[in-house]
Design a protein around this ligand. Structure first.
Ligand code: ADP
Length: 459
């Protein structure tokens, strides 16, 4: 009693709504470019915040000395130590530890959270081996990757605008998180200076740049999505007057909030947005990032269950529960190349308790995954092309490397494939051969330590 005519009509409607023909992608790339310019002109000039990172010098590879990194941005945080040996020896030694933040500290007091972080750091510093060399008279320095919205005034300060991702400590909002960390380090007797406060995207770019001078962008495709790039300060009209102007800096675009009338959106996307904790915000990210892709697919399946009896007369339990189908589930199903699509049946059973699933239905589900992933990957490609245009590197005979991090890119081969294919369509064969995406797994903590090195007062 599945109404197959309805199924096909609903799928067609979803496919049409998600369509990303080349012409549309070109309009989106043009809009990304225009919005970047508007966001650099003045604060509030665009939905793209185009935040100044105050990075003055990107790592060159010549840095030397002992530096620390701290990466706080989710339930885990990592501490890392790197011994840099200058131009020839490069990274002599690198060690890190991953520690989880106890959930009670995420909603507790400001002092408790930062004390905990400083304690972990203190224990890590105590394990410094004899081969770690701090030059005489030098203080230990740290790069702090802090992946929450902050308003920065300099490379080593920034006030928290709001917590996200499950953290909720009201008293931290409006405070300089570097001062908070520095004060906790004094309390915990860690003798260290916070030399750089950076966003994870900027950390990823810096980590990539250390190895490769052609890295011009950092991109995160994980739970959320964001991009940053290297900009000439002469192209930033909103640069605060009175502040010294380095030649280049890094702009944290906060591109998840990009909006254009050309974004391909469906009723499902509008519903997802309306039900989200931040309706109207992060319109771009909601079309493809790891947090949402699974739920987009779930919503289409639900529509098919309701309108076309995809599972017979009843609606499977859990199918109405948001986020039950996760993005790794989508990529797992999408990768299924078995004749009877076993993985699809397995995932749908685990997520929704559906015991028997005809092969025709499995095919329909794969098609939904394919439509959603293709749209997402192609939108990311259009965004990248917008940035290339802004930095004058579109269709140029120069190599541009994008430093990439995030589980969506790393673990979803079909998404990755569509992204590369769309870059080929947008830039042509030769143009796209000059754009290289380099995955640097968890590179943002190392990137922060390297930025501490390039902004060191010891130098
Ligand atoms: P985060 O972005 O949370 O800091 P990651 O970069 O590790 O951390 O990304 C994790 C996200 O990547 C998950 O939320 C998930 O959406 C996505 N992801 C993880 N594994 C897969 C997978 N196999 N396929 C697709 N997406 C995945």
């Amino acid at each position: 009693n599945v109404n197959w005519g309805r199924v096909q009509a609903t799928i067609k409607e979803f496919r049409d709504g998600c369509a990303t023909p080349l012409q549309r992608l070109q309009k989106l790339a043009a809009d990304m470019h225009t919005e970047m310019i508007a966001g650099l002109a003045k604060d509030g000039g665009s939905k793209l915040k185009m935040l100044l990172s105050f990075v003055e010098k990107l790592p060159s590879g010549n840095e030397s000395g002992l530096f620390y990194g701290l990466d706080l941005g989710g339930t885990n945080f990592r501490v890392l130590r790197v011994q840099l040996g200058g131009k020839d020896k490069r990274i002599v030694k690198q060690e890190h530890e991953v520690v989880s933040i106890p959930p009670r500290l995420m909603i507790g007091s400001n002092e408790d959270l930062f004390d905990y972080i400083a304690q972990v750091l203190a224990k890590f510093v105590a394990k410094e081996g004899n081969d770690c060399k701090l030059a005489p008279g030098h203080k230990r320095e740290l790069g702090f990757t802090f992946s929450f919205p902050v308003s920065q005034q300099s490379i080593d300060s920034g006030t928290l605008v709001k917590w996200t991702k499950g953290f909720a400590i009201a008293e931290t909002v409006g405070k300089d998180v570097v001062k908070e960390l520095q004060a906790a380090m004094v309390r915990q007797k860690v003798d260290m200076r916070v030399a750089a406060l950076v966003n994870d995207t900027t950390g990823t770019l810096a980590g990539g740049r250390y190895r490769n001078d052609d890295v011009m962008m950092g991109l995160i495709l994980g739970t959320g999505s964001n991009a940053c790039y290297v900009e000439q300060t002469s192209a930033i009209p909103k640069w605060p007057s009175g502040l010294p102007k380095p030649e280049i800096t890094v702009i944290n675009m906060e591109w998840g909030n990009f909006w254009s009338s050309h974004l391909p959106k469906t009723k499902v996307d509008d519903d997802l947005d309306a039900d989200s904790v931040n309706p109207g915000d992060q319109a771009f990210e909601k079309l493809f990032s790891g947090m949402y892709l699974g739920d987009i697919v779930r919503r289409v399946i639900l529509k098919l269950a309701q309108d076309a009896c995809l599972f017979g007369g009843s609606i499977p339990k859990n199918l109405t529960s948001p986020f039950v189908l996760r993005t790794p589930d989508v990529s797992g199903m999408h990768a299924d190349e078995s004749a009877d699509l076993k993985e699809v049946a397995k995932v749908i059973k685990a997520a929704f308790g559906v015991r028997s699933l005809p092969v025709e239905t499995r095919k329909v589900i794969i098609e939904i995954c394919d439509i959603a992933a293709q749209r997402g990957a192609r939108l990311v490609a259009a965004g990248i092309v917008g940035i290339l245009r802004k930095i004058g590197r579109e269709g140029k005979d120069v190599r541009t490397v994008v430093g990439m991090d995030g589980g969506l890119y790393e673990h979803y081969p079909k998404f990755r494939g569509c992204l590369h294919e769309a870059l080929g369509e947008l830039l042509g064969k030769e143009g796209s051969a000059n754009v290289v995406i380099e995955l640097s797994k968890d590179g943002s903590g190392l990137g922060a330590a390297l930025l501490a090195a390039s902004h060191s007062v010891n130098l």
